[in-house]
Design a protein around this ligand. Structure first.
Ligand code: ATP
Length: 236
């Protein structure tokens, strides 16, 4: 029998006021699985992550099921407490705080688990060297490592990553992505939103393509062709 999903979205809708951004999105993520969500600008990728993270209220409790429990509409801190952590688009570090202070903020709501400051520094050694530097003094790639480390400090079972490659040089993107399989291997599931489709296909087990708030393609990453992705992405 396949693993029970860690996260299941069941007909998830999402709204900004009267504007509907997601329409009946269904998707499942197994423990340790990496799922990529791709799609053009405005397709609803960030909205999906924010709804799972509790930053946007899901209209129905049972539209978001985490570890068998309906959690849709719970606030963000409750989601973190259950093991869902978001690496937000644009990193959103606290500019006046040091690397270490930013990481500690991620650990304010903590589950039991392997992550600590020292574990984050072992995972991203360059951050140990810069631990007392203001976060603004870091390169973009290092700032992204802080954003990921901050999320890991809560000991998540599910890590939601929004556009971690944005604005970074390809070599840095490869370096960061090369570390993600180690997280999956220790059982952390991931949903990654990526504009860089090749990167998404390479990193993920399963891929979902959104267009105008709807899932228009779902498949194993290794089964997808560039043509199928392009057709779903652009609706041609
Ligand atoms: P991008 O790659 O540009 O971030 P995305 O796929 O993540 O795109 P979303 O940011 O989820 O897309 O946006 C989905 C839709 O919701 C878009 O039509 C967008 O204009 C709209 N939207 C997003 N945020 C808001 C908001 N705060 N208020 C109103 N509409 C919003």
């Amino acid at each position: 029998m396949p693993d029970a999903p860690l996260l299941a979205l069941r007909g998830l809708d999402a709204f900004y006021g009267d504007f509907q951004a997601l329409f009946g999105v269904s998707l499942a993520v197994a423990p340790g699985q990496v799922v990529a969500v791709i799609g053009a600008n405005g397709a609803g990728k960030s909205t999906l992550l924010k709804t799972v993270a509790g930053l946007i209220a899901a209209p129905r409790r049972d539209a978001v099921v985490f570890d068998g429990e309906p959690v849709g509409g719970l606030p963000a801190h409750a989601m973190v407490g259950r093991g869902i952590a978001l690496v937000p688009e644009g990193r959103r570090l606290f500019p006046s705080l040091s690397v270490e202070e930013n990481l500690l903020i991620g650990g304010r709501t903590r589950r039991a688990g392997p992550w600590s400051l020292e574990a984050v520094y072992a995972f991203f050694p360059v951050l140990a060297e810069r631990r007392h530097a203001p976060s603004t003094a870091l390169s973009g790639g290092q700032q992204q490592m802080v954003a990921i480390g901050r999320a890991l400090m809560s000991n998540p079972r599910l890590l939601l990553c929004d556009e971690i490659s944005l604005g970074l040089a390809p070599v840095i993107v490869r370096d960061i992505y090369a570390r993600l399989p180690a997280l999956a291997a220790q059982g952390t599931a991931m949903v990654i939103v990526e504009q860089d489709v090749s990167q998404a296909l390479a990193a993920a087990d399963r891929v979902f393509c959104l267009r105008e708030g709807r899932v228009v393609l779902e498949d194993a990453a290794r089964a997808l062709t560039r043509e199928a992705v392009a057709a779903a992405y652009f609706g041609v």
